[in-house]
Design a protein around this ligand. Structure first.
Ligand code: SF4
Length: 347
């Protein structure tokens, strides 16, 4: 069996550390998920990640701290204001602290993510951050996943102890959402200008997205020097405006992860590749990072995703172990050996 010459050349160069161009990524994304060539792409991406990140995985945990009909109105999200059935609510400070402590119990959480709706109360968020920060181990960072914000807000967040922000100009932003792509990109710049880590993602990928539009959206993350790139599929939500498009398989999602992994070779700032939601195929195709989740989740009809769609820390840790990662990176960059003994003694 021989791989097509073009594929052999792209993968050979990537194995030597040279990233594929945007056009080459389009070619890689067009490979059918059931072709043996797709397996070759994933295998090379897996090897690239093991080498680049020294076979080290990262565990992250996100708490969705509030729910409301959201003005972002994303057609794939359970909170979109025109189709949501979920009530408005907030977790109490006590509850947020308790959930944060649960994520941190193993001592191996790289960063705690706090997620709000698109519109958020900055003063309340800052109060939550300072309250949680005061009870956290110093080796776990805080990252926000919130709506658009300006440089003044970014500086206040940073002063309160926030290290980074998850932010994305999504696939079909402004078409499948009510948000402005320019405003989303302005926030990407703000995050970088404030000196925070940018957590980006190719999301929410569905069967309707062409290879060309995916490649365009993926490269925006590199344009802004993302600390983390990732891929997330759109999860089928019955009744959501985009439900009729269906949902990708985890196998196809892993191929998208693999292409991002190879393309990220051109971005020296990238230190992590994630797959959402956590799964073994993505972690064997270039991803080295997964998120545990509790509280609100745009992909879940349950108000608390813990015990439902959201994986817990033990499940995420086990996935990293089972996919062969041999250490974990903490938020202070210290490494923890990930072996079977550690796995069984961790909470
Ligand atoms: S994905 Fe975020 S911005 Fe969009 S509707 Fe859901 S909560 Fe709002």
């Amino acid at each position: 069996m021989r791989l097509p010459t073009q594929l052999q050349t792209i993968l050979g160069k990537a194995f030597e550390g040279q990233a594929p161009s945007k056009e080459e990524c389009v070619y890689l994304l067009k490979v059918p998920e059931d072709a043996i060539e797709a397996s070759a792409i994933k295998t090379v991406a897996d090897a690239v990640t093991r080498q680049r990140f020294h076979n080290t995985g990262i565990l992250l945990g996100q708490i969705g701290i509030e729910t409301a009909p959201c003005s972002g109105n994303c057609g794939f999200c359970v909170f979109g204001k025109d189709h949501t059935n979920l009530p408005t609510g907030r977790l109490s400070l006590d509850e947020i602290r308790k959930r944060a402590q649960g994520f941190m119990a193993g001592g191996d959480l790289y960063a705690l993510f706090l997620m709000t709706m698109h519109e958020f109360d900055l003063d309340w968020l800052l109060k939550v951050i300072s309250d949680v920060r005061a009870t956290m181990t110093s080796h776990t960072q805080i990252v926000v996943n919130i709506g658009d914000f300006d440089l003044a807000a970014a500086r206040r967040l940073k002063d309160a102890g926030v290290s980074g922000a998850y932010h994305v100009c999504r696939l079909r932003e402004g078409i499948d959402t009510s948000l402005s792509p320019d405003a989303r990109k302005a926030t990407l710049k703000v995050i970088k200008d404030a000196g925070m880590d940018l957590y980006y993602c190719c999301e929410p990928v569905g069967p309707e997205h062409s290879a060309e539009e995916m490649a365009e959206q993926i490269f925006v993350g590199f344009d802004y020097g993302c600390f983390q790139h990732a891929a997330m599929r759109r999860v089928y939500l019955s009744g959501a405006p985009l439900a009729h498009h269906g949902q990708l398989t985890e196998r196809r999602l892993a191929q998208v992860v693999a292409v991002i992994t190879l393309a990220a070779l051109a971005c020296p700032e990238t230190q992590s590749i994630a797959v959402h939601e956590p799964n073994l195929l993505g972690l064997a195709a270039g991803a080295n990072t997964v998120y545990a989740e509790t509280g609100a989740n745009p992909r879940d009809v349950e108000l608390d995703t813990a015990g439902h769609r959201g994986a817990d820390m033990a499940a995420c840790r086990k996935m990293l172990y089972e996919t062969g990662f041999t250490s974990l990176r903490r938020g202070d960059d210290a490494g923890i050996s990930l072996d079977v003994e550690y796995l069984y003694q961790a909470p």
